[in-house]
Design a protein around this ligand. Structure first.
Ligand code: RIB
Length: 337
């Protein structure tokens, strides 16, 4: 098998130092005042001989892989997929590639994935953390790794995070239902101690409490299997026939809940008003367009990658980790009139 060309081979062929070739191939020619003519000669030769730098060797040598590890709950979920794509575009423009993966909110799987990223020498981590990985993230931070959490955060992890104002979002949306005259309002969501999920339930409860109304909450075990979401919602709605409105706590629960409402022949909003967290494009196209809380996807992605790039470009910065809290938009449609 043909021996892979190295930087030494290139330097000897061109009769220049290995260091000069290395500076040129690592984009440091200008910083090292290497002449454009020599840069041109080296790059032309490298292209002619088809030299491919060994990225692992480079990362071991330079301590940089120019790779960012992005860990989301479920990359197939439109919410996470749209944010991941925006992050990828911004990262690529700044010389970084992204490795995505899905945690499925599973602590053990997430620990494995963090170890995988460590083996690949990623330069930084962006993560929507499940519960139970505080020690793993604190160990990364102790090792000098930039970590940015988003969508939720782990209070025991001293790292930057980007979230939305979950509590106000559900408080405001629930008040909208109450202002429209709905009084028996249920909140259906995943059972979770994650900060964003806890805040959403709290906002709903606070709004009802402010008007002397009683909360009716259904928490479903988190999973991605639609049948295991639809079943409990169907039983709940069949049991609670006195409801006049329902609030779904995430996009996935909302999509499943609307399927149940349709299958039970429930009329929206005549029999039951509906609001869902996260605005799916299709919600506008429903027979009764669905009122939804829209998250600022572009701003979330922009803030996450900006915070991480700042940390990567200023490794010695002593800036105290910050929480960025973004606003959502309540998009009122016919399902809550
Ligand atoms: O599945 C995506 C939903 O859960 C969004 O509401 C996002 O905030 C996550 O927490």
């Amino acid at each position: 098998m043909k021996k892979k060309l190295s930087i030494v081979d290139i330097a000897q062929s061109l009769n220049v130092s290995k260091t000069t070739v290395s500076f040129i191939l690592n984009g440091r020619a200008q910083e090292k005042r290497i002449s454009p003519e020599l840069v041109e000669r080296v790059l032309k030769y490298v292209e002619e001989v088809g030299y491919k730098p060994n990225s692992l060797a480079k990362s071991l040598r330079t301590g940089k892989s120019n790779i960012i590890g992005l860990m989301v709950e479920d990359i197939s979920n439109p919410f996470f997929a749209s944010i991941a794509r925006l992050i990828e575009d911004r990262a690529y423009k700044n010389g970084y590639k992204i490795i995505y993966c899905s945690t499925d909110n599973d602590t053990g799987k997430t620990k494995d994935l963090i170890n995988m990223f460590r083996d690949r020498h990623v330069d930084g981590y962006i993560i929507a953390p499940p519960e139970g990985i505080e020690d793993d993230l604190n160990s990364l931070i102790k090792d000098g790794m930039p970590v940015v959490m988003f969508d939720r955060h782990l209070p025991q992890v001293n790292a930057d995070y980007v979230e939305i104002d979950n509590l106000f979002s559900t408080y405001n949306a629930t008040l909208h239902l109450i202002d429209k005259g709905y009084k028996n309002i249920a909140f259906i969501t995943f059972a979770s101690r994650q900060t964003q999920m806890v805040a959403r339930v709290q906002g709903y409860k606070d709004a009802l409490a402010s008007k002397g109304l009683t909360p009716v909450i259904k928490e479903i075990v988190f999973n991605q299997d639609e049948d295991l979401i639809i079943g409990p919602i169907e039983s709940f709605l069949k049991e609670h026939t006195g409801l006049d409105a329902v609030f779904f706590g995430t996009n996935h629960v909302g999509a499943c809940g609307l399927k149940v409402i349709s299958s039970l022949g429930i009329k929206v909003p005549e029999d039951l008003a509906v609001i869902s967290f996260d605005d799916y494009d299709v919600f506008k196209l429903y027979k009764t367009p669905v009122t939804a809380i829209a998250q600022p996807i572009i701003d979330i992605a922009d803030n996450v990658i900006t915070v991480l790039l700042n940390k990567l470009n200023n490794p010695l910065s002593a800036n105290k980790p910050q929480g960025v809290i973004l606003k959502t938009e309540l998009r009122i449609r016919d399902s809550s009139k």
